[in-house]
Design a protein around this ligand. Sequence first.
Ligand code: ATP
Ligand code: MG
Length: 332
Amino acid sequence: MKKRILTGDRPSGKLHLGHYVGSLANRVKLQEDYDQYILIADVQALTDNYDNTEKVTNSVKELVLGYVAAGIDPEKSTIVLQSQIPAIAELTVFYLNLVSLNRVLRNPTVKAEIEEKGFGDSIPAGFAMYPVSQAADITAFEANLIPVGDDQLPMIEQTREIVRKFNNLYGDTLIEPEAKISEFPRLIGLDGKAKMSKSLNNGIYLSDSVEEVNKKVMSMYTDPTRLKPTDPGHIEGNPVFVYHEAFNPDKSEVEDLKARYRKGKVGDVEVKQKLAIAINNMLEPMRQRRAELEKNPEKINLILKNGIEKGRAVSDEVLRKVKHAMGIDYKF
Ligand code: ATP
Ligand code: MG
């Protein structure tokens, strides 16, 4: 039997090239070898958007469109909408007894996010507890493997602790997942900032048109020390070349551009035009799959409905086993 893998995203807007190289491209490959579940974590997104629910709910279909556009095949990957899986909420409540408050607040990933979001003295309890609900996500679908970057390892460790504690207390019931460490590259922004990000508005979206891509690429930062095309240029950390490496499949073209750039024998315009062509070539099949699905909203609903149905069947069975192990499967 194929091992089950769980990945997911918080729905909060459009997908960009950073999301693609950081995780989507990997998932498109993983779905060939694994029984892949992709969780649209709308409940988790509400932990810091509870006062702006529409930001979350409006992004759910956008995520489905983005997945299918990127090459996720709903026949191979099961796309599950978290809020529609009641077992996750129930499991979360049981697991909350198996962790101490201090342990959750010490979780380095959560700690860093709490700082970053500036909650101060008003950390929503739901936010602080989200690693526990992640343990519920993972175990509800009996996932064996979780692809993560190393910054997410504390999350998986938290789940493993909960699973071990549960199994010790109530008997072997839950599957202990393992992290599948992937070197997710972090894509820099069009402006050369460390990260392409929606909130920094420095990205190319998977849904951008040819014209939008051309315009964004032409406005990209390059080498600030190079004033004329005849000045020798720097490749390292230059966003235009970082993107060429990431998105241009024509390696000899990239090597030629690099060599000429270093010698001051090529202008930014040519380098950028070739980059825009490469990115547009990559995005074109995605645009077509998106347009196809957009024409057919019933199909989006069906993808969600099927995923929910499958996700409920699996997770209800886990919940049944959990309640049985805990002795709360009362028969009246
Ligand atoms: P926001 O600006 O609202 O925080 P974002 O563009 O940073 O949005 P997120 O929704 O925070 O995107 O990202 C979710 C996940 O997508 C991250 O945990 C990471 O795995 C991946 N990701 C986001 N941006 C990048 C990037 N530039 N390069 C690689 N992976 C990324
Ligand atoms: Mg972010």
